[in-house]
Write a protein that binds this ligand. Structure first.
Ligand code: B12
Length: 211
């Protein structure tokens, strides 16, 4: 009998071998692949996100969990058939132009990818218009903008303005983050949401999808 909470715990512990073995066992026991992903892998990553947010976990814990998740996911992928990995929503994310900081953005992208979002990471130093073009091309539900410098932060407001001018503002939720960014600043530039770290970003993005 496969217990999805055991699989979630293996992800939480970053135990790659155990996660793969439990995922295989669940498949052999006839459990649906999408259920293994949502109730096992994604559930585990949500716990990791919360622990990271509360300061119980640090970056290496989250990276080990993400690695365990990725390997177990590879094991399950063939069983998903044509339906593919079930996705909660489509996210386009990147660091704004002139900003070469991408460690935090990568954490957020990994967390969101690991918790069931389809993530299109545009990288760093991304031109304003590229965000707009990619939101349109990918039909993104959420746009994530990262800025680590006080000098590049204002570009997030500019991108929101460009989305508006392109007629895309009502179809995409914008979430902003980065060390100097605050909830007040997010409100000031008209973003839909702000998250202080990758763990919170999972919860906030899930809430955005419910709206
Ligand atoms: C590493 C680093 C660099 C590296 C970046 C390497 C890389 N590939 O990212 C390098 C060496 C390139 C660099 C360069 C510079 N840096 Co620098 N850098 C840092 C440093 C030490 C750590 C940043 C980091 O990786 N943190 C770890 C991650 C995990 O945290 P995080 O980025 O905050 O991300 C988390 C949250 O903010 C949030 N988040 C982040 N993005 C997003 C996006 C969304 C959508 C959401 C929801 C959440 C979210 O979730 C993340 C995960 O939990 C910071 C200091 C600091 N404490 O922040 C300075 C810092 C950001 N740098 C600074 C400066 C000044 C510079 C330089 C101008 C230095 C120089 N004179 O050349 C250049 C600028 C280059 C450029 N054009 O961007 C200043 C910025 C000051 C300011 N107020 O603007 C800081 C604050 C250092 C300081 N105290 O002076 N830097």
């Amino acid at each position: 009998m496969s217990d999805m909470s055991q699989l979630a715990r293996a992800i939480d512990e970053g135990d790659r071998e155990k996660a793969v073995a439990l995922a295989k066992e669940a498949l052999n026991n006839g459990i649906d692949a999408s259920e293994i992903i949502s109730r096992g892998l994604q559930a585990g990553m949500s716990v990791v996100g919360d622990k990271y947010s509360s300061g119980e976990y640090f970056l290496p814990d989250m990276l080990m969990a993400a690695r365990a998740m990725k390997t177990a996911l590879e094991e399950i992928k063939p069983a998903l058939g044509k339906t593919g990995i079930p996705t909660i929503g489509r996210v386009v994310i990147g660091t704004v132009a002139g900003d070469m900081h991408d460690v935090g953005k990568n954490v957020v992208a990994t967390f969101l990818g690991g918790s069931g979002f389809e993530v299109h990471d545009l990288g760093l130093n991304v031109a304003d218009q590229t965000f707009v073009d990619e939101v349109r091309a990918r039909q993104a539900d959420i746009l994530g903008l990262s800025a680590l410098l006080t000098t590049t932060m204002p570009l997030m407001g500019r991108i929101i303005q460009l989305l508006d001018e392109a007629g895309l503002r009502s179809s995409v939720k914008v979430i902003v983050g980065g060390a100097p960014v605050t909830q007040d600043y997010a409100d000031y530039i008209g973003a839909d949401a702000y998250a202080h770290d990758g763990g919170k970003a999972i919860r906030v993005c899930r809430q955005l999808m419910e709206k």
